[in-house]
Design a protein around this ligand. Sequence first.
Ligand SMILES: [Zn+2]
Length: 263
Amino acid sequence: MRSRYKLLEKRLFRAIDLGSAFDGNSKYLFLYFDYEREYSGHKTDITDTDVEEIVKLLARYQFVSTWFIVGQVMEKYPDSVRNIQSYGNEIGSHTYSHLILREATLTQIKKDFSAFDSPKFKDLNIKGFHSPRDQWDVRALSCYANYGYKYDLLKTGLMDSPITFRFPPKNRLDSMVRFSSVIDDWDLFHTELEPEDVTRYFSKALDVFQAGTIAGIGFHPWLLVSDRNIWEGFVGFIKLLSTRKDITIKTCGQYAEILTGNL
Ligand SMILES: [Zn+2]
């Protein structure tokens, strides 16, 4: 993963100097959720109430987060999506149909971006994109430009020094940024960990990444509620996060706005 990303990075992306808005004393974190429900390809029985519990937990500590939502979920569960946003969270795209970009044809990719560009979603002010299974593909670049995306994110594996990238200007993407996700909950699926191990799994990432950089930690709501221990470990992590004075939490969109100044 790392070496492949390094190759891509050389060809397409340049590291951004975070500048004075991001001082070297704080660690800049974003929490993100891939909200896909039954469109994830996994059997889930997550409900609106489960989702609200996550959102309320974050709100208790005044944390805001970014929710990359499948377009089909937005159509089927609009109240849940509005509820997430009403707590100050940001909504982003996780494709319309949970499309795996690298397995799709260019026509399918274009169709999916077009379906997501529905007037029904316009007032959600969507600026960000996260590709399903982190299977990002360079063919998405023209769609980013056509539909006005301002940032995306990728699990880069750059744990200790996550890099924030800029996109190639020649694709009309000179004000678009890419954030690094350092860890997500995927590795916890079907493990038999105790809640404290789950908390430690996430908190380790906080210790590893350097001050003055921006890093993401990701979650799948259905996965969090699929196992009592994972849920309790997640709650423990959010509590622990609230005690960490060295960490600043914003949404991806807020970071993107600081970086590009024109969102
Ligand atoms: Zn997904």
